[in-house]
Write a protein that binds this ligand. Structure first.
Ligand code: FAD
Length: 395
């Protein structure tokens, strides 16, 4: 860009903080807005792909994440009795990628991390949340002049560029509505919590346990701070229409023990429904990630089910790519066109894969669940299929 831009970033999540870091480094003036003007408390955990870890290292947050997080060496798909459908040995794949080494570097493995620890690490690189501007929830933006309106009747701007990083239920996405190609709220949702990990259990595995259409994912997510207890993340899929009823802690504990009996001693700490975080899943595809002065990043631009564990990678890559597009001289319009083209190219195959596999893993069809179990058993017998699965998800 020829001169510094006035940029508004909406949303203090993974995409928003990363965009603020990348654009501030280019000398642009950033005004950052989050609902209510302060960071939201963040619970539960995430699995970061090696691609996401690569971007975090480039941003300067990778070492802190690697130190707090837990490397995941294998993915175990099985039923509640312990019978295995398929095991994916990520460590062996990581070694194969590093020709001169016999042990995988954690850079080649997915890393489990608490959502709060990831956001703290990004906020530290960004210089902290002190830069957040007071504003309510943003509900609309004038795409021609970059003026922002919040739900308390305030009007701020104009800005040269408004970065919409306001998550899966983005209100800015409405401005791109004529270009919405697909928009679907899944019937499946999740109840999630992170708990101290039992010390006697080895903790370098993502366990995916299926019983028909019921499904639980358990993986290590490291520590919130150096010295604090090691945690496990538990994500249980539930039908969206039953979310409120299934949030009863006793009911949830019974359901979890039925799928994963070894967790029983750890579950006694879940006594109140507010400890269980509710998440719904949406899949939206846009013909363009921008309109006028608005550009969307992260879940605001392409919400997907978390089945493939790629949301953070994509959010980080979007923000990084926006910085790269704005690095070159030339008009803003051209830079946004470049960004839009590159990101849509990178997104389309992942969106397609997510759309195809999610119904089998998160859906309510018993027939699809039987096909899924069969497909996992077939993959267990084919080294080629196992490698392709690892590559398609964890590259
Ligand atoms: C249950 C679950 C498990 C997941 N597991 C994984 C995983 O293991 N690995 C992975 O890579 N991804 C995972 N994901 C996806 C990942 O969480 C998202 O892709 C990622 O958080 C996207 O970041 P974001 O910054 O775009 O959005 P968000 O993290 O949602 O941040 C959006 C921010 O915008 C703010 N905001 C919203 N509306 C407004 C408004 N109107 N005005 C101002 N601010 C607003 C919000 O408060 C929030 O701070 C998971 C998602 C879910 C739901």
């Amino acid at each position: 860009m020829d001169s510094p831009l006035r940029v508004a970033v909406i949303g203090y999540g993974i995409a928003g903080i990363t965009a603020a870091i990348c654009l501030r480094r280019l000398g642009h003036a950033i005004s950052h807005f989050e609902r209510g003007g302060r960071p939201r408390p963040q619970g539960g955990g995430l699995l970061l792909s090696p691609g996401a870890m690569g971007t975090l290292h480039r941003l300067g947050a990778g070492d802190r994440i690697a130190a707090l997080g837990a490397a995941v060496r294998s993915v175990d798909h099985r039923d509640p009795t312990g019978r295995r459908y398929l095991e994916l040995d990520l460590a062996a794949h990581g070694v194969a990628r590093r020709k001169n080494s016999t042990t995988p570097s954690t850079d080649d493995l997915p890393v489990g991390i608490l959502r709060g620890a990831l956001l703290d690490a990004l906020a530290e690189v960004d210089g902290g949340a002190a830069k957040l501007q007071p504003l309510g929830a943003v509900h609309s933006v004038d795409a021609r002049n970059g003026t922002i309106n919040d739900d308390e009747g305030r009007r701020i701007g104009p800005f040269d560029l408004v970065v919409g990083a306001d998550g899966a239920d983005s209100s800015l996405r409405e401005h791109l509505r004529p270009g919405i190609r697909r928009d679907h709220l899944y019937a499946s949702a999740a109840l999630v919590c992170a708990l101290p990990a039992p010390t006697e259990r080895s903790s370098d595995r993502l366990e995916l346990i299926y019983r028909g259409t019921s499904h639980i994912a358990v993986w290590p997510v490291g520590r919130r701070h150096p010295g604090s207890p090691e945690m496990l993340n538990i994500a249980v899929n539930v039908p969206r229409r039953e979310l409120a009823a299934r949030r009863d802690p006793a009911d949830w504990r019974r359901h979890v023990v039925g799928l994963c009996p070894w967790l029983e001693p750890s579950l006694s700490t879940i006594r109140e429904s507010r400890q269980l975080l509710e998440y719904t899943y949406r899949h939206t595809e846009l013909r363009s990630l921008r309109r006028g002065r608005i550009v969307l990043l992260g879940d605001a631009a392409h919400p997907m089910s978390p089945q493939l564990g790629q949301g953070v990678d994509l959010a980080l890559a979007d923000s990084w790519a926006l910085g790269e597009a704005l690095r070159d001289d030339g008009p803003l319009e051209k830079a946004l066109e470049r960004f839009d083209h590159r990101r849509r190219m990178a997104l389309s195959s992942r969106q397609r894969l997510s759309r195809w596999v999610t119904p089998a893993f998160q859906g309510e069809s018993r027939a699809l669940a039987i096909c899924r179990d069969g497909a996992l058993r077939i993959a267990a017998r084919s080294a080629l299929l196992r490698r392709a699965m690892i590559r398609s998800i964890w590259s």
